[in-house]
Design a protein around this ligand. Sequence first.
Ligand code: GLU
Length: 351
Amino acid sequence: MMYRDLRNRVMVAALIAGAMVTAPFSALGQKASPVAPREEQVRSVVTRAYDVYKSDTSGKNADYIPFLAQVDSSMFGVAVVSTDNKVFTTGEIKYSFSIQSISKVFTLALALEELGPDRVFQRVGSEPTGRAFNSPIAVVDMPSHTANPLVNAGAIATTSLISGANADEKWNKILAFYSKAAGEKLSLIDEVYKSEAATNDGNKALSYLLKKYERIYADPFESVDIYTKQCSVGVNVEQLARMGATLANNGVNPVTGERVIKAENIPYILSAMMMAGLYDGSGGWAWKVGLPAKSGVGGGIVAVMPGKGAIAVFSPRLDDAGNSVKAQKVIEYVSKNLDYNLFTPGSVGLK
Ligand code: GLU
């Protein structure tokens, strides 16, 4: 278990150097949110949640991607990164799991940077499907066919929007963008990519269905291949929490201070997460937790507390909708106990 406060370290270093500490934090991030829980509260509630759920063994690993079936299902890690760059982590924090569907959020962010919200909305849409994340029936039935950027069909269409002279250029741009959001260089987990590329006929079928409806904007198989690569990017829980904290911090990475996403695009991304981030479990999630979040079949979930920070949890056992069981439970517990739920007036300071 570890608590790090870069700001304090900088202050201590400055004091040791005998410097006057007038505005020591400006380069490292925003001022603390006036309505965010204090760091001791965060540490104590997250530690309790970890202890309460650590021996929960419900759910099972995704197995339609062969690599994921053999990931150690007992791994369990939690990270919270605040908008003022405080980090709290516990459990398995080193393991790089595949980001899977959580990547969809950041490709959406990149598409918004390149095209702006109106054009992305026109081309992809923003409606929930009420069906499984990879449903071809939703493609046929939904008036927009793509539904929204966070289900597979809409995500493949979103990936197809990213500009570049060729597939490599598009892929490298996506990876560089994710790395900026995480505040460090991320890379592809080759074994995951190979395992998924050998078994992604369903996604290829979706891309061709989209072509039939003229709702894919580059070569369908090239788009599926780039999408498969983006899903195979490795992150540990802390990197994932930092990606979420970049969203919570209005698009500026709280660790590097770099602007990654235009502030005006953040509400579109968070509303998409609120509406479809946990697939057809999204309604229940909104009801119980009240936070924009995104899950991936690799076992990760990241939830965003706007203006305050983000929490990421990794645990590979999933429920029937494809969402990590333990991650949902931990985030629900933390959201309730720290007044993070956006629909609670207490979350913005009304007591
Ligand atoms: N790569 C996975 C797929 O396309 C992502 C699904 C997920 O994480 O929910 O099936």
